[in-house]
Design a protein around this ligand. Structure first.
Ligand code: CUA
Length: 176
């Protein structure tokens, strides 16, 4: 993916440079020839503008569809379990850390000092939900854990020297 982005950037930079040189070369031309070139350039500018708009919309939808953040806010559905989570520099304080699998869990997130980011990871790599923990506010985050196991919670908002150490674990138990 990165090399694809790199190659396409190079190609687009080459196109921009070629157009620039073409325009510079055209500046020394005179009369009818220059007029015709200007007309062609304006036509292409219009086409490229709309092409860029359409490409932007299509690429945004295609690549942001699986946005990990959307869809986790409290839906109004009554949760089966509520966990109050407070972020401190630099630790998470949960009033409960074990939940049954398959139940609707609602996290009430807040912070005692600065903004923290409450992010829940499955298998250490896949973020399944996240929301801000902010002083003076309670943000609700609903999650239904579909598989038992240990889910790691990390801080996603840089909050000072030991930001990286803000981690805890939620245990999801099978049954009951
Ligand atoms: Cu708390 Cu970063």
């Amino acid at each position: 993916m990165q090399s694809l982005a790199w190659v396409s950037s190079l190609i687009l930079m080459a196109v921009v440079a070629a157009v620039f040189l073409w325009v510079v070369a055209g500046a020394s031309r005179t009369g009818g020839e220059a007029g015709a070139m200007a007309k062609t350039a304006y036509q292409w500018r219009g086409r490229l503008f709309w092409l860029a708009i359409v490409a932007g919309i299509v690429l945004s939808f295609a690549t942001l569809w699986d946005w990990p953040i959307a869809g986790h806010a409290a839906s109004g559905a009554k949760p089966d379990v509520t966990i109050r989570a407070v972020g401190h520099q630099w630790r998470w304080e949960l009033d409960k850390d074990t939940v049954p699998v398959g139940k609707l869990v609602e996290f009430e997130l807040t912070a005692s000092d600065v903004n923290h980011g409450f992010a829940i990871y499955k298998n250490k790599t896949e973020m399944i939900a996240q929301a801000q923990a902010m002083p003076g506010y309670v943000n609700k985050l609903q999650v239904r854990f579909t598989e038992p196991g240990e889910y790691e919670v990390l801080c996603l908002e840089y909050c000072g020297a030991a930001h990286h150490a803000m981690r805890t674990v939620i245990k999801v138990r099978a049954g009951s």
